[in-house]
Each structure stands twice: as C-alpha cells, then as structure tokens.
Design a protein around this ligand. Structure first.
Ligand code: HEC
Ligand code: HEC
Length: 203
C-alpha cells in the first residue's frame, strides 16, 4: 500500500517537471520575433521581370530566400452597380454580396431571386434563356444542370487591383477608331469605299 502511494507521488512529480520543462522550452526562442522581421510586403500587382521576360504574379518581386506577407483580401463591393461587360457573352459580375448564399444539390439560393418565376417579386434580372438550354440547344422547363452552379461563371465585384493590365478593346472602340486608320489597315481585305458608307446610312 505504502509503495503504491510513493510510486503515484513520484509519477506526479515527474509529470510536473516534464510540463514545466516543456513550457520553458516553448517560450525561449524570442517569442516569434524572427519570422516577423523577415517578412516583406508583397506588392498587390504582378510585376514584370525583364531578365526572364515573364510576369511574376506569385512572389511579386520578393526574393525566394525571404518570406513575404500577402496584401489583405479584397473587399466585396455591395453597391448594386452593374459593371460594363468587356465583351458580349461575358458572364456579368455580381453587383451584390453573396455571403452565406447556399448553392448545393438540394437548394440554390440564387434562383430564389433570379429564376424567371421569382424575378419580378425580388426585382432581380432573370437569368437569360441560355441558362435554360441544354448542350443540344433544347430549352428546358427548369434551369439547365450545366448552369446550376452560378459561381462557376459569375464572380462578385471586389476592389482588388488588376494583376496584369489588359490591352483588350471591345468592338465599339474598334469601330470608333478614326477612318484614316481603319482604311489603312485592311486595304487588302475589302475595298475602302463601302466602309464609310455603312455608318452614314444608319444615321
Ligand atoms: C435576395 C435576392 C437575390 C439573391 C438571393 C441573389 N441575387 Fe443576384 N441580383 C439581385 C438583384 C435585385 C440584382 C439587380 C442589381 C442589384 O440590385 O444588386 C441582382 C443582380 C445580379 C447580377 C447582375 C446581372 C447583370 O445583368 O449585370 C448577377 C450576375 C447576379 N445577381 C448573380 C447572382 C448569383 C450568382 C447569386 C447567388 C450566389 C445571386 N445573384 C443571388 C437579387 C438577388
Ligand atoms: C456556364 C457559365 C454560367 C453559369 C453556370 C451561370 N451563368 Fe449566368 N450568365 C452566363 C453568361 C455567359 C451570361 C451572359 C450571356 C447570356 O445571357 O447568356 C450570363 C448572364 C446572366 C445574367 C444576366 C441576364 C441578362 O439578361 O442580362 C444573370 C442575372 C445570370 N447570368 C445569373 C445566373 C445565375 C443566378 C446562375 C445560377 C443559377 C447563373 N447565372 C449560372 C454564364 C453562366
């Protein structure tokens, strides 16, 4: 009986010692100051590295032997303002926040407002006919399975800076370029005379 008691006390003292040792060891290396000093802010934009001829969108200029801390996550814009589409068949960006909107096998929150039947109630633009077409262009009574997961194509609007500047021009700005330029470029493609005549006829 006595022996058992002493063994228990011995084990308890040993455990306390191991605990204190572990605690002290965990505290020792400068309380996490080391990684903080090495952290370099990462530029929000991708940078062009001339030597390699490539765009560095991952480390954005931070050398590989240093640790970078990324910019804060972009804020979702919830202003109900539609953004212009860059090209005709672009899925429009979502002008409202979608936090907590469940889209899974059993329910689709987006369709509560955007289904053709509910759009008037919620004053939401109904999904276009393409969303009811299957891959053989047949119209279905309900949303097509391939358009069911809205976030596959539609993204929320954020205040994130553009990573890479784009030189894309939409067709309106291409058509609006000065007539002299337009005539000079496609001289072989078609005669220059009908080109100015068309817009004039429209007006
Ligand atoms: C509570 C109703 C409601 C829900 C739920 C909802 N929306 Fe909307 N949505 C609207 C309204 C209203 C507009 C019109 C613009 C505005 O007022 O924000 C809109 C606009 C849009 C537009 C812009 C259309 C255009 O022509 O530019 C897209 C895209 C869109 N929503 C996608 C979604 C997606 C994807 C979901 C689900 C993740 C969703 N919405 C959930 C009400 C809703
Ligand atoms: C496969 C990609 C894809 C999916 C998935 C998808 N959309 Fe779209 N959506 C588009 C494209 C592309 C357009 C613009 C051209 C068009 O109307 O087809 C569009 C247009 C829209 C519009 C604007 C309609 C108009 O007349 O201006 C709304 C609203 C919309 N989608 C909502 C939704 C909702 C809600 C879902 C989920 C139920 C969804 N979309 C799923 C690609 C998609």
């Amino acid at each position: 009986m006595r022996n058992k008691l002493w063994t228990a006390v011995g084990v308890a003292v040993l455990m306390v010692l191991v605990f204190v040792a572990g605690w002290k060891m965990g505290q020792s290396p400068g309380a996490g100051a080391a990684p903080k000093a090495a952290s370099v802010p990462i530029d929000a934009r991708a940078i062009f590295v001339p030597e390699s001829g490539q765009i560095d969108a991952l480390r954005r200029g931070v050398p590989v032997d240093q640790e970078g801390h990324p910019p804060a996550i972009a804020r979702v814009e919830n202003a109900d303002l539609k953004r212009v589409r860059a090209y005709p068949m672009q899925p429009p960006t979502i002008p409202h926040s979608i936090d907590g909107y469940q889209v899974d096998r059993n329910s689709n929150r987006c369709l509560l407002c955007h289904a053709r039947a509910n759009a008037a109630t919620f004053q939401a633009p109904p999904v276009s006919v393409t969303h009811y077409m299957d891959r053989d262009d047949q119209f279905l009574a309900t949303i097509s399975p391939r358009r069911y997961f809205c976030n596959q194509c539609h993204v929320v609007q954020t205040d994130a800076p553009v990573l890479v500047t784009s030189q894309f021009r939409d067709i309106d700005s291409v058509l609006a370029q000065p007539a002299t330029q337009a005539a000079a470029a496609p001289a072989t493609a078609r005669p220059a005379t009908p080109a100015p005549a068309q817009p004039a006829a429209k007006e």
